[in-house]
Design a binder for this molecule. Structure first.
Ligand SMILES: C[S@@+](CC[C@H](N)C(=O)[O-])C[C@H]1O[C@@H](n2cnc3c(N)ncnc32)[C@H](O)[C@@H]1O
Length: 317
């Protein structure tokens, strides 16, 4: 329970003073819990009839820029559950050739980390692998469990994986590594992998070498651009990265393209008016562009960008 502000400081002082290191641990846990509540509240305030970063900053005794820098990432990372349906309908899957590259042939047990609605999980299960999916958002997990009944679905995060040490042969991350805190995620992934195990990352980028995709990208990024490093360095205890890129196409209806746009975290987190304006512009492009006008199904070109790193094997390989 929260203490009134004027009681919290003296209580904190007396806990710390009377209990020494135990008091410090107690205070630290309380501060962490309060910080989690503050992040949750800010995330809620940024949705729907949102508070601006300036208002949030003022309420926290910070500048607008300071508040946005501190909370826009967690607010976006935890936004997906609100649009889980659009995500399932609109986001691309993963071609078989990509899945075969991400998971070494000898691997049997695979962890799909940040599994979302199960787009990659399903492809892994279809390839005959034993899959555990870890996902922090309850909304996304609900879709995932229904879409891939064969997978074990667990609540958790990349920074705190709910699996024992050395329990999986491979970890894969589909379009999610950029949301993780690598300083905590890298050792945590290494912990759950067997010696010689692999970590593979993949991003599906829209292929903007196709002119109408470039126009779509320009509309989507006019208000908010999201720059993602799709060739990240992972570092020790993993070895050097292998990289692979492949181009492919996925057929989508007009509504699925609108859902693909609506399921982007920065679109979910926009004030409602801005989101409607953006989706209106995308609908206009679909209705009027000569390559798209009047078509029920449209081929969306994608580039999958992949990275794979390996732990040293039992014989130091
Ligand atoms: C863009 S979605 C990708 C989902 C899925 N892997 C796919 O390929 O469709 C990113 C997912 O990462 C999850 N996520 C965000 N922060 C995370 C974290 N720290 N640990 C694990 N997952 C996280 C989100 O909830 C979301 O489901």
């Amino acid at each position: 329970m929260l203490l009134p502000v004027n009681e919290a400081a003296p209580t904190a002082r007396s806990v710390a003073a009377s209990n020494g290191l135990d008091g410090l641990r107690q205070l630290t846990a309380t501060i962490a819990a309060l910080e989690t509540s503050r992040t949750k509240l800010i995330t809620e305030l940024r949705r729907g009839p949102a508070a601006s970063w300036a208002e949030i900053g003022a309420a926290c005794g910070m500048t607008r820029q300071g508040a946005a820098r501190r909370w826009s990432r967690p607010a976006h990372a935890s936004s997906f559950g609100a649009a889980a349906d659009s995500y399932r309908r609109g986001r691309p899957g993963y071609p078989r050739s990509v899945v075969e590259w991400l998971v070494p042939r000898q691997a049997k047990t695979v962890l799909d980390l940040g599994a979302g609605t199960g787009k990659l999980t399903r492809a892994l299960a279809d390839a005959g692998l034993t899959v555990t999916a870890v996902e922090p958002s309850r909304g996304m997990r609900g879709q995932l469990a229904a879409a891939v009944p064969g997978a074990r679905v667990l609540a958790g995060s990349a920074e705190k994986i709910p699996l024992p040490s050395a329990s999986v042969d491979a970890v894969v991350v589909g379009h999610a590594w950029h949301w993780f805190d690598p300083a905590r995620a890298v050792p945590e992934v290494a912990r759950v992998l067997v010696p010689g195990g692999t970590l593979a990352l993949v991003w599906n980028d829209r292929d903007e070498s196709e002119p109408w995709m470039a126009t779509l990208g320009a509309i989507m990024h006019r208000q908010a651009a999201q720059v993602i490093d799709t060739s990240p360095e992972i570092g020790p205890p993993f070895g050097p990265p292998e990289r692979m890129e492949t181009r492919w196409r996925q057929s989508a209806s007009r509504q699925e393209i609108l859902d693909m746009v609506a399921s982007r975290s920065y679109v979910i987190s926009m004030p409602a008016g801005e989101r409607e304006q953006l989706l209106g512009e995308v609908a206009e492009l679909l209705d009027e562009h000569p390559d798209l006008r009047g078509r029920d199904e449209i081929d969306l070109p994608y580039v999958s960008r992949c990275t794979l790193v390996r732990l040293a094997g039992p014989h130091g390989a």
